[in-house]
Design a protein around this ligand. Sequence first.
Ligand code: PLP
Length: 382
Amino acid sequence: MGISRRRLLHGIGSGAVAAATLPGIAAGRSVLLMGAPENGGPIHLDRNENPYGAPESAMAAMRESLKSPNRYPDGSVLTKKIAEHHNVSAEQVVLGCGSSEILRMAADAFLAPGRKLVLATPTCPILASYARQKGVEVVEVPLTREFAHDLVAMLPRCDHATGMVYICNPNNPTGTLTPQQDVQDFLHKLPAGIPVLIDEAYHHYVAATPSYASFLDQPGDEHTIVTRTFSKIYGLAGVRIGYAVAPKALATRLPQFALPFGENAAGIAGAMAALDDREFVSRSADRNRADKQTFFNSADVRYIRVTDTQTNFTLLRLDHPIDEVIAHFRANGIFVGPRFPQLDNYLRVSIGRPEESREFWRVWDMLPHKPVHGMSHGDPKG
Ligand code: PLP
């Protein structure tokens, strides 16, 4: 970030920066009364959803599906479609009630007391939480300085007692990538028989870069279970569909732990349509990139460091206790966070629509925070 830009903006007051606000705010109405743009509730910048909603094709398919709510859903049509989409056999695809259910199935299939789960910290806490509920030891290996998985340090932590390894790429809550080559090397050296769950919930947000590729397109790897979700770029978080693709030997171990008819009819219909809607996916990724850049610009003018993420959320460096920041936003009708214990100096914020981001910055400017110097997007821990 250029020095000149920092100087240029030196001394701009919060009132000037926050000139553009949601309609109604300027008139002094409470944001809680006014509500979020589409549903009258608070602004959610805490769940990494697609703020633009679902594709119109999916909306139409879901409406149609609701004509027969008396019938149990048939997930096999979606399983087949996902298999075709990824050029794998249907036996390699497992559906879940969100990818959260897949993570739970994997915990049930591969973890038990005496079997360890190895993962990075901080990372998405869902799998570790299922593991701990089962009395499983969770081995946490800190991310590198660049917020990548430290796979060199994770490898020696994997031994005969390791039930599973979890790699979240891009990682939540940091939004950062672990280079594909590093993951390949890790898989190559990992002792046989240890499943590695690669969580690609934010795959579609990654900008084209030689250091990243999905592990879903790596045929023949015996270790990997790759999970995806319809909750993020496809805009279908509310209808709860996720899936895994894995070698047959691993995939067949999961469904015995699935909920019976765990995927609902509307979700199946919406996901079928959304999977075909490549134009929607690329438009959503483009919008996210543009909205993220605008958000970063707003951070820059305030001298705030943000991580240059590959997802639809970012981390803001704080100079204020995180609990107070989260409470301040909540009191003003905006949900941010949650708090990640290893990242007390950072706030995770989902990239919302432009009007939501403007409201975020208006509320931010009401915090009594100090200026932070030396910002950069590329130096997450700097
Ligand atoms: N994996 C990651 C990395 C996530 O961030 C989330 C949710 O935010 C999930 C999995 C679970 O998503 P869902 O159950 O909606 O598919």
